[in-house]
Design a protein around this ligand. Structure first.
Ligand code: F6R
Length: 242
């Protein structure tokens, strides 16, 4: 794991957005796994700004979403599909056939294997963008998830439902489809951004524990290309110097 300590939240966001842009410019056919959440909103904003400024072509890229709620329609304003359309696809003119979403409309029994086969067909994920939950979840792999978990239907923890209900329109779902930990570990590289005080305990736990299912993010530390970008608040409970 490589830790990148930033001097400000803006710098952390810029580091992540610039890394994504560099990768797209170097490898136009890159396959990127996308995350949602509040942390990622300014990243997508910056990504769009830099891409427009530098005229970066995204027409050959392919994207996979990390997770999606169950029990709401795909065009629900709080679905992750709507989120990513709003923040990335529409601003960058990325076509709908350049992205795959967890198949929440298929029989749920086969949703996981179907999604995994789509990832395999595309040659795997080159770069997976990640945030972390205050409870250490990754995607919707909640505490208790196993290291060898694959894409599947998951129950959202009460903690996650409370945190995510801020800004959620309508009733908060109880389940989701999420890539599993092992699925995420198969991505060639992982890029995690953590910002804000509310994540400082999760970051401290992540750095001090290994393979601990009470904080699924700890499973990612065995990945050979795991970059963790922190802003000063997220890093405020650990002893690292820039
Ligand atoms: C997003 C996701 C989640 C978030 C995490 C942090 O697709 O799967 O793991 O990364 O819940 O969310 P925010 O950034 O809203 O604190």
């Amino acid at each position: 794991m490589r830790i990148i300590l930033s001097e400000s939240k803006e710098e952390a966001i810029n580091t992540v957005a610039s890394t994504l842009i560099e990768k797209v410019a170097e490898h136009p056919k890159i396959v990127i796994g996308l995350a949602t959440g509040k942390t990622m909103e300014p990243v997508y904003k910056r990504w769009v700004e830099i891409a427009k400024d530098k005229n970066i072509d995204h027409s050959q890229c392919f994207f996979f979403m990390l997770d999606e709620y169950l029990g709401i329609s795909a065009d629900h304003p709080s679905s992750f599909k709507s989120y990513i359309k709003r923040h990335l696809l529409i601003p960058l003119n990325i076509e709908e056939d350049q992205i795959e979403f967890p198949p929440v409309d298929r029989p749920l029994k086969e949703a996981g294997t179907f999604y995994e086969s789509r990832i395999k067909d595309k040659g795997g994920i080159d770069l997976q963008l990640l945030g972390i939950g205050q409870n250490g979840h990754i995607g919707f792999n909640e505490p208790g998830s196993l290291k060898n978990s694959r894409t599947r239907v998951v129950d959202l923890s009460d903690d996650t439902r409370v945190v995510n209900s801020a800004g959620f329109i309508g009733e908060m779902p109880v389940r989701a489809v999420s890539m599993g930990i092992e699925t995420i570990l198969e991505a060639k590289s992982l890029l995690m951004l953590v910002t804000g005080k509310s994540k400082a305990d999760a970051v401290k736990f992540l750095l001090n524990h290994h393979d601990d299912s009470s904080c699924p993010a700890t499973f990612l530390k065995t990945h050979s290309h795991f970059n963790l970008v922190l802003d000063p608040e997220a890093a405020s409970k650990i002893n690292l110097k820039i």
